[in-house]
Design a binder for this molecule. Structure first.
Ligand SMILES: Cc1cc2nc3c(=O)[nH]c(=O)nc-3n(C[C@H](O)[C@H](O)[C@H](O)COP(=O)(O)O)c2cc1C
Length: 391
């Protein structure tokens, strides 16, 4: 990390580009980064990473935060800026975390280990997907002391579900993220058209294939009969019959704080808290589940009004730049989860690419916050925004 990063003045890429006439190794603009990554990926990986559900209306709209405008204040004495936040009782250096994003081997051979190494360099928290290409124990080792949360997909097999929760706690994860918007994957036309589902090829199933309980249910280990293991994974992944009352199972099987990710209705946020959740993740899953749904930035204010004083609120779906982070935090989110930008960094440059994306996003946010006249994240609140209807 550059010595001039974060709470200091400017980051390395900014300094080199603006003061030293050097251009960076990877694109800085999100659109150029995405286009370069799309060129670097094969057709099926691009379809999996890029694709939203249905006509991709939610995916397109989720990236538009323009209904909210930042109203900057001047001469506020913002030379020293504090970017720290607190989420689920943990102090974090920056209001950015890496979102759970499955099957990272599709874009880079080093997969989650490269992402984890970049997070470790920057001390940016990493949320590991249940559907990772690398086991939760290996990723935890790579992360060392860097904050780490485990995203839990609720297997329909209780023993496997329990085993995942126990393993995450044993491996040193700090929190459990229960994703509730994807008991099964949405109508992803790009995948259906290509007849492509990465899990059929045994991608993204490392936590299952390494799980003692999963393995004990197979006649032969996955190394000997991968097809039977994939078939068993398809049988036990996800459970559409779950209800809020079933959350009790998670609390019975972990002592870690729990955040419910994928909430878009304030009543669901209330139910999550009433059932014992410590946090709520406002998200459309990157527009990949219910096409035509409300976007996460549209859903955020009502959810903050409902439970913002009682629970940690994470926000994702559409964060591309520092100003997007600023708006989500100003509307009451406690932290922003970064998705597609970091995976495009991974596709282009492995660990270095993820580092580049995260460092620049945080630096962009830091500058935006300072130029808006706020010297700490706690000062970033709704007073610094106006809605376009009120202009
Ligand atoms: C390729 C891809 C895979 C994802 N895998 C998971 C996953 O395994 N678990 C999960 O909770 N969310 C998953 N998500 C959703 C992300 O955590 C996050 O909600 C989404 O990426 C935010 O949208 P954005 O990337 O457009 O900002 C995935 C998203 C993408 C794009």
């Amino acid at each position: 990390m550059s010595e001039q990063f974060g709470n200091r003045k400017v980051n390395r890429v900014y300094r080199e580009g603006m003061h030293e006439g050097k251009s960076p190794d990877f694109p800085v603009s999100y659109e150029d980064l995405r286009d370069a990554a799309h060129d670097a990926m094969d057709d099926t990986a691009r379809a999996y990473i890029h694709g939203g559900a249905g006509a991709e209306e939610t995916f397109r709209k989720e990236q538009d935060f323009s209904e909210w405008r930042i109203v900057p204040r001047m001469l506020q004495g913002v030379a020293d800026r504090d970017l720290t936040i607190e989420v689920l009782g943990q102090e974090i250096d920056y209001p950015a975390m890496v979102t759970p994003l499955g099957v990272q081997s599709l874009v880079h051979d080093d997969a989650e280990l490269a992402t984890a190494a970049a997070c470790d360099e920057l001390n940016v928290p990493f949320i590991l997907s249940s559907l990772s290409s690398t086991s939760m124990e290996e990723v935890a080792d790579e992360l060392g002391d860097t904050p780490k949360w485990f995203q839990f997909y609720w297997s329909s097999d209780e023993d496997i579900a329990r085993s995942f929760l126990n393993r995450a706690e044993d491996a040193g994860y700090d929190a459990i993220v229960v994703t509730v918007d994807a008991p099964t994957l949405g109508w992803r036309e790009r995948l259906i058209e290509r007849g492509y589902y990465p899990f059929l090829d045994g991608e993204g199933v490392a936590n299952y294939f390494s799980d003692p309980e999963f393995r004990s249910q197979l006649d032969d280990p996955p190394e000997e009969d991968p097809q039977a293991a994939v078939d068993h994974f398809l049988d036990i992944f996800g459970d559409s019959s779950l209800t809020w009352d079933d959350l009790e199972f998670v609390f019975e099987n972990t002592d870690l704080p729990v955040l419910i990710k994928g909430v878009l209705h304030p009543e669901d946020a209330r139910l999550a808290v009433e059932h014992g959740a410590d946090g709520v993740g406002v998200s459309t899953h990157g527009g990949r589940q219910v096409d035509g749904s409300i976007t996460a930035i549209e859903a955020l204010p009502d959810i903050v009004d409902e439970v913002g004083d009682e629970a940690t609120i994470t926000f994702d779906s559409g964060i591309r730049r520092g100003s997007d982070m600023y708006k989500a935090l100003a509307l009451g989110a406690d932290a922003c989860l970064i998705g597609r930008p970091f995976i495009y960094g991974l596709a282009l440059g492995g660990q270095a690419g993820v580092h580049h994306v995260l460092e620049n996003l945080i630096a962009d946010f830091d500058l935006t916050m300072g130029l808006a006249g706020r010297d700490s994240v706690s000062e970033v609140n709704r007073n610094s925004l106006r809605h376009e209807d009120d202009l």
